[in-house]
Design a protein around this ligand. Structure first.
Ligand SMILES: Nc1ncnc2c1ncn2[C@@H]1O[C@H](COP(=O)(O)OP(=O)(O)O)[C@@H](O)[C@H]1O
Ligand SMILES: CC(=O)N[C@@H](CCC(=O)OP(=O)(O)O)C(=O)O
Length: 264
């Protein structure tokens, strides 16, 4: 039987709230099984860019990343946020080790090609981009890898890659070796039938249901790329994928269900 591995993704809103982040990292540290953390931080990058007067533009859930923006996101994601999370995890006796995709060539990306839009320094990744063997070795050493949303092309360039995609692709790459459960933790209790009603959690979503909800206009902004990445994971043999509320991590792990499960 394959060993259990949790791959857990957190995003902007949580990272920007010190109390909530501490509570989440407490619950994360308490997980007994093997685990990996992936973080974004888009909200903080936008705040810093505004302070520096660098205009920001998102297209299809991805940040157009010119050179100035790349400098900002590398600083914010691979620098401040990553190192802060690692320090907080050490305080909670979790042996965290922080990475960008460039470190030890862990995640290699290709510049995003698009017929009409130049995304700049945005990197796309796939299963084979991930250094699966080295990540497995780190986990075996009882280290807890913490990934930021920065990748590289092995030609000396850093890239900005959506953190939901990084979590999905790492989960896909490690699923041949581990029984992977991928958890997207965010500020809602799951995918909601009505985004204004926290009680309206949809328990299961398949590709068909996703298309239906999209057509009905019930999914907006960040939830769209999150669900696309979650569906990409189940289609590529990731055993379990859930979208849950950040504060529900412990409850989900102990009681096996909270939030929305993504199904084939
Ligand atoms: N039907 C829906 N169910 C849940 N969230 C939704 C829905 N439609 C839109 N959203 C929005 O998607 C957001 C999550 O995406 P995002 O902000 O990108 O998360 P993160 O930064 O944590 O990755 C929610 O906070 C919510 O505002
Ligand atoms: C290419 C691209 O869009 N990258 C994302 C990476 C950060 C991220 O994904 O952050 P959240 O998870 O907090 O949204 C961005 O710069 O916003």
């Amino acid at each position: 039987m394959k060993e259990k591995l949790y791959i857990i993704k957190i995003g902007g809103a949580l990272i920007d709230d010190e109390e909530l982040l501490n509570e989440f990292l407490e619950q994360f540290s308490d997980i007994k099984e093997k685990k990996i953390l992936v973080h974004g931080g888009g909200k903080l990058a936008t705040i810093l860019a505004d302070k520096l007067g660098v205009e920001q533009k998102m297209v299809n859930g991805r940040r157009i990343t010119d050179k100035d923006t790349l400098d900002i996101v590398a600083m914010v994601y691979a620098g401040g946020i990553n190192k802060n999370i690692v320090a907080k995890l050490q305080q909670k006796k979790c042996k965290a080790i922080g990475f960008s995709g460039a470190d030890a060539n862990l995640i290699k990306a290709k510049k995003r090609e698009h017929a009409e839009i130049d995304f700049g320094f945005v990197g796309d990744i796939e299963k084979k981009s991930v250094n699966r063997k080295l990540i497995s070795k780190l986990i075996k050493l009882k280290l807890v890898p913490v990934f930021s949303a920065i990748t590289h092309d092995k030609k000396g360039n850093l890239f900005n890659t959506n953190a939901d995609t990084i979590a999905s692709v790492i989960a896909q790459a490690l699923s041949s070796k581990y029984d992977v459960e991928l958890l997207y933790c965010f500020d809602k209790s799951g995918v909601l039938e009505d985004v204004e009603n926290p009680e309206s959690v949809i328990k299961n979503i398949s590709e068909e249901e996703f298309s239906f909800l999209k057509e009905e206009g019930k999914l907006h902004k960040g939830i769209l790329p999150k669900l696309e990445n979650a569906l990409g994971a189940v289609k590529n043999k990731v055993n379990k994928v859930f979208l849950i509320k950040e504060t529900e991590l412990k409850n989900h792990i102990e009681n096996h269900h909270a939030g929305t499960e993504i199904c084939l």
